[in-house]
Write a protein that binds this ligand. Sequence first.
Ligand code: DC
Length: 237
Amino acid sequence: MADLIEMDAPVLTEAPVITIDGPSGTGKGAISHLLAESLHWHILDSGALYRLVGVGAHKNGILLNDINALKKFTIEMEVYFSRLYEGSLELNGEDISTQIRQESSGDLASQVAVIPEVREALYERQLAFRQMPGLVADGRDMGTVVFPDAVQKFFLTASLEVRAQRRYKQLINKGLSVNLRDLLQDIETRDERDSLRAISPLVPANDALVIDTTDLDINQVFKKVLIAIQQALNLGI
Ligand code: DC
């Protein structure tokens, strides 16, 4: 019979990271917030950074094909996440929390996200969010590119129709005007662009736990996420 060897838990020199990737409307944002609150960890909404670049470029009249100006803007933009858990944020001193959540901002974000220089500039900013006691990182390439050493990776999916319905409700609840058919079309276009881009495309990491949320509500998804984390990390939450 093989000897039982008792091993100590590995000593983490860097803050642990849990990544939650997937397309929009899968509940990534809500799950990330619930998780960060439960663990008392930091949170990174990486989509917000891409939205800031897209909206900021638009506001400053920077054309999306002016790569040098975009890169400069991305490096120099001053971002202030005033109340992170509520997703409220400022760009260069201006509160743009509402504007940043509009579908048009998501589309701008997706367009600047194909540009390697923008991704490179945002990479460093994203790493800076990794602080003790830990980080929950929400996005498209958190588990594949930015935090490949994450202690647990999730990839959330759901049917296009269900995702469009969810986004519709979210936007209406925020008082934004939106048309369901346009929304479905926008999401499909954005999915395609995000999934087919050459650099850091939207794909699950090989070691990600994929959860199809089509028929699940947020609490059911959160339960699955917690079980996986408890099993993987023995965190006692
Ligand atoms: O998660 P979101 O809807 O706020 O993201 C907006 C866009 O930003 C998304 O369509 C693609 C881009 N994005 C990205 O390319 N990589 C990330 N890690 C996060 C977002």
